[in-house]
Design a protein around this ligand. Sequence first.
Ligand code: AMP
Length: 394
Amino acid sequence: MRDIKRISVRGKRVLVRVDFNVPISNGIVQDDTRVRATLPTIKYLIKNGAIVILMSHLGRPKGKVKKELSLEPVAKVLSNLINQKVKFVSDCIGNNVKSVINESREGDVILLENLRFHPEEKENDAEFSQKLSELGDIYINDAFGTAHRKHSSTYGVAKFFKEKAPGFLLMKEIEMLSQIRDNPAHPFTVILGGAKISTKLGVMKNFLNKADKLIIGGGMAFNFFKSQGIEVGKSLIEEDKIEDSKDIMRKASKENITFLLPVDIMIAKEFKNDTEKKVVSKDKMEKGWMGLDIGPITSRIFEEAIKGSKTIFWNGPMGVFEMENFREGTEIIGKAVSDETNKGAFSVVGGGDTISCLNLLRIDKISHISTGGGASLKFLAGETLPGIEALEEK
Ligand code: AMP
């Protein structure tokens, strides 16, 4: 891939794919983390005299114009952050967009409307990709969060450009995640939790012979229990992944890896904060109950296991952290990860939910917080991400 700094951008129209998929409520941006994350690239382009054309998706409009999913509120936020006007255009292709760009000067910033208002974006439609490409002379992708998607703006558009490169955010993500994937310092501890085991199978398989410890909590742990014939009550299960769970446990026992599952669980009568709850041993689940957090003995075991790590990757909470009564496990593990980081471990946390839990629990001592959940999991599973592949010069 080319280095953005080796491309002459002055006076050129630079089309930048960013990830401005931020939470918006009543027209107000609730969290601007993703906008801030792209500032190094945007500021660099402004400083070097480019005409900066930003494009992004927001939410799931399903190919239709939805006013509540307009990117217009983001233009205001960005404008405040860079201290200059951001021109917002109410479409992402067409003559109106082109004339706004043509009237622009060096250092101007333009934000296009939500790409996904056009169904062709997600279909990676060739004609739509070409129309996007007509807007710029140079293509930059800085949207790590969507790099695992083969869409027009992340993939199809790239082949129309001779000059293309990753932005600073994308480069940093690749650098940090490659260190974990290819060259982790040992002991290397991988902590996985959350609801969907299906999204984490690839990472587990890839790390079975690289990590020293694999720690599993959250709803996904119940797939492993079920695969061993342990009663799981009404706990979260992905039925079609039971065989995979069995397979992982089989492989883990062959590899020289410490594979840790919960030994006790906080179970609940109903899926809500104020409900009857109690701690039971993992094999004493009661029918009609569900596991919503790891138990206190498990928290201590996991905490001990994390101590002394030199590299840590964490994705997915240990329980339903959104509910106060089922947050403790995640809190203890989060603190253990940040304590080890303080002692010099290299820690990477990925995934939207894990990031919200860091914010909620005020855990900030982490070496790298990845902006992409799905993208980081696929990258670490060893998959080629279309958004990165499209930037490679053959
Ligand atoms: P994921 O996107 O797969 O990382 O899942 C994150 C979600 O998993 C969070 O919203 C948690 O509330 C949820 N989660 C974690 N543990 C459990 C559990 N034991 N039962 C149900 N949901 C859970």
